[in-house]
Design a protein around this ligand. Structure first.
Ligand code: RIB
Length: 366
């Protein structure tokens, strides 16, 4: 009968790894609990559509109650480590993370590691699902941009024995290594540039403030204004806030509709990342509004496309590749040194001024 041979991978006779910890639930425990054969459990794990829903649910319930966790990598790579590392980011379609993944991949490949990339889209539940999958696949470490400020499930995952390095997020009490960029400084240098260009009323289009990067970038604007007002009493400078539900091109396009009749005294727009800024550009172009001929626009990340759009986008440069590379190197250090001490690497962003904000001072708007 299918199920005792190759159809279900290389299950040993009792379906467990010889050196597997006997305290851990086995596939046989699940079969006994659900009163089905080993083959049926294996089918539920590997090809659930082949199993009748009622039986499938009974097996899934048994998996949950026994706490069975598949050990896929150990079964395939008996004895050795999996030589696999997971990277869990917010959105792999965002070129910011694509570059970050590339940096991590290059660092890990040099040491013979495979990289498995997962996107959470900011969902805590999806983050939990991926952490579980990566644990099942016995990855040797995880690089992660947390989906929100609650690091509990990431710390628990780490405490169960898998090294973790935070990327693009600091660890609050040093319990994990981290690699970040100073986003407060990034917000400050962007708004200071616009003020230097003569703009006095600026629209800040932010992402969800549940995202630490969004909060810090906006906080950087206030830091710059506070220091300026101390020196020049610049009380006439005003920042107007808008928030989009996601840091995506689609969000930028949607909000651009509200910009068509923008208050004419607003002469500059800052966006929390380049995708939103590019979405604003695309939305305005589609509507035929020529707002950008009179309003300065600044993004954040300096992704590849920022220099290719027209007008070329001024943006706060984040060292995306270096973030991923440095995080992977920290993880490799932790994997190779049992006395490893966690530390943080913090990059300083800089501003790349391009056509979208240069020479569009408010004086020329009047
Ligand atoms: O994921 C949203 C944003 O956070 C990215 O665009 C990048 O700026 C990161 O820091």
């Amino acid at each position: 009968m299918a199920g005792d041979s190759g159809a279900h991978g290389d299950l040993s006779s009792n379906g467990t790894h010889p050196t597997k910890d006997s305290k851990k639930a086995t596939i046989r425990d699940v079969a006994n609990k659900a009163k089905v054969s080993l083959g049926t459990v294996s089918n539920v794990l590997n090809d659930p559509e082949r199993v009748a829903p009622a039986t499938r649910n009974r097996v899934l319930k048994a998996i949950e109650t026994t706490g069975f966790v598949r050990n896929i990598a150990a079964r395939q790579l008996r004895g050795g480590g999996s030589k696999a590392v997971g990277i869990v980011i917010l959105d792999s379609s965002n070129p910011f993370f694509t570059e970050m993944i590339r940096g991590a991949e290059d660092a890990l490949r040099q040491e013979g590691y495979l990289l498995i990339a997962c996107s959470t889209d900011g969902s805590n539940d999806r983050e939990a699902m991926y952490l579980r999958h990566l644990e099942e696949h016995q990855v040797e470490g995880v690089l992660i941009t947390p989906s929100n400020d609650d690091l509990e499930q990431i710390i628990d995952f780490h405490d169960r024995g898998t090294p973790v390095v935070l990327v693009d997020r600091e660890s609050h009490s040093g319990e994990l290594c981290s690699v970040t960029v100073d986003d407060v400084r990034g917000g400050s240098i962007a708004v200071s540039h616009l003020i230097d260009e003569g703009h006095t009323k600026i629209l800040f289009i932010n992402g969800p403030t549940t995202i630490r990067q969004c909060r810090d970038r906006r906080a950087g604007v206030d830091v710059a204004l506070k220091s300026l007002k101390k020196v020049e009493e610049a009380d006439w400078i005003e920042v107007v806030d808008l928030e989009v539900p996601s840091l995506s091109i689609a969000s930028g396009e949607e909000i651009s509709i509200e910009l068509i009749d923008l208050d004419p005294t607003i002469t500059a727009i800052m966006c929390a990342n380049d995708l939103v800024a590019i979405g604003v550009m695309r939305g305005l172009a589609r509507s035929g509004a020529d707002l950008l001929s009179r309003v300065a626009l600044v993004g954040y990340d300096d992704i590849t496309f920022s220099s290719l759009v027209s007008p070329a986008l001024t943006s706060v440069h984040q060292p995306q590749y270096d973030l991923g590379y440095a995080a992977a190197r920290l993880l490799l250090e932790e994997l190779g040194d049992s006395n490893h001490r966690h530390h943080e690497i913090r990059f300083t962003p800089d501003l790349v001024v391009r056509e979208s904000s240069s020479g569009r001072s408010s004086q020329s708007q009047r």
